[in-house]
Write a protein that binds this ligand. Structure first.
Ligand code: PLP
Length: 364
């Protein structure tokens, strides 16, 4: 039986049907409907943040944030991320400047960031990776020292806290993705969390064609609204989120116990409650990683080289100045050796043991 690297968590069909039933009375399907407003309130409560503005997906939420902040110039970021982070920067006419990552958690190394700051730097955009957090206190210090806003790609960090503080309350603003493959999803979807209410107004305008009122269009905005069917899925999934994260944790720990000493795991972070969004393991070298990937695939076990290649190695960025994987050797090494293994709330113990046995067989 085929095992994919992930599998969307879904409510019982009846529960979703009950949630969307009212839409056949209201005929209100998008544009800040009842479901979207309820989800916004539910997320602000669960994520413990002042404001959560909903979007049709995480990527357009990030682009809207960069536009709403009126940024110009260079954004210091990480190459160890999904295409979306860098593409958003570039598509908004900004220039990404890449720093290397920390070996312990694959997040942007704050020690390298100060050397990259120039008079053109307008923001720092680190990424919380795999449900682990960036070195947020250090970024807070740098932000204060230079007066540069820090915004987080928190697509992997739904529900993650450090010493009780939510990832959604860190930095100036954060983007969360609610894509079907994420820990919490609305099929497609995303949000921006921030403490700045004025930014929220600009985000809402940006999300809806730049329209601020019936006879007022101050911006050249796009369309990135979340619809009611997405929001209804989110309302159902939010009821199960703690259960889902607990199930992920159990599976994560089983993998750790089974594969200890054979492959590398990222260490737990002090004070951090992870969401166990992914299960990255690190092999001795790229050849071993690729061999395990291929052998598991033959057994219908689909893992993912995530994140590989680095964004700086994408063909769309070939020959662009500043896109050089050799300049971030830690990120390059981690990308070459990493494999994310199947992890989702209803992955069975039996399947987990089968995956571990298959890996052991290849390495032995
Ligand atoms: C999923 C993801 C995104 C994009 O989110 P979408 O909702 O799929 O548009 C951005 N950054 C990272 C790190 C992601 O994993």
């Amino acid at each position: 039986m085929r095992i994919n690297v992930t599998r969307s968590s879904m409510p019982a069909m009846d529960e979703y049907m009950e949630e969307i039933r009212g839409l056949w009375d209201s005929h209100w399907l998008t544009n800040n409907g009842e479901k979207a407003l309820a989800l916004k309130a539910g997320l602000e409560d669960y994520l413990q943040c002042a404001h959560a503005e909903l979007f049709c997906n995480g990527h357009l939420a990030l682009e809207a944030l960069l536009r709403a902040m009126n940024l110009q110039g260079e954004v210091i970021t990480t190459p160890f991320t999904f295409a979306s982070t860098t593409h958003a920067i570039v598509r908004c006419g900004l220039t990404p400047v890449f720093g290397d990552v920390c070996p312990g958690d694959c997040t942007l190394d704050p020690d390298g960031v100060e050397a990259l700051i120039t008079e053109k730097t307008c923001a720092i955009l680190p990424v919380h990776v795999y449900g682990r957090l960036c070195h947020v206190e250090r970024f807070e210090e740098i932000s204060r020292k230079y007066g540069i806003p820090v915004i987080y790609d928190a697509a992997h960090a739904f529900g993650v806290t450090k010493n009780g503080v939510s990832a959604a309350a860190m930095g100036y603003a954060s983007m969360f993705s609610f894509h079907a493959t994420k820990v919490f999803h609305t099929i497609e979807g995303g949000c921006i969390t921030t403490g700045d209410g004025e930014l929220c107004q600009r985000l809402c305008v940006e999300r809806n064609f730049g329209i601020a009122g019936e006879e007022s269009t101050p911006g050249v905005g796009g369309n990135a609204k979340m619809n009611e069917f997405q929001a209804a899925m989110g309302l159902c999934n939010l009821r199960r989120i703690d259960q889902d994260i607990a199930a992920r944790k159990r599976i994560y720990e089983l993998y750790e116990a089974q594969l200890a000493g054979l492959v590398g795991f990222l260490p737990q972070q002090a004070g951090v409650r992870s969401n166990y969004a992914y299960l990255p393991v690190f092999f001795a070298d790229q050849a071993q990683r690729d061999l395990v990937y291929d052998r598991l695939k033959e057994k219908e076990i689909f893992t993912r080289k995530y994140f590989y290649p680095l964004v700086t190695q994408f063909e769309c960025y070939r020959d662009r100045p500043g896109f050089d994987a050799a300049a971030t050797p830690v990120a390059a090494k981690m990308a070459a050796c990493v494999l994310t293994l199947p992890l989702y709330p209803d992955l069975t113990e039996e399947d987990t043991l089968r995956i571990c046995a298959a890996i052991r067989e290849v390495i032995a």
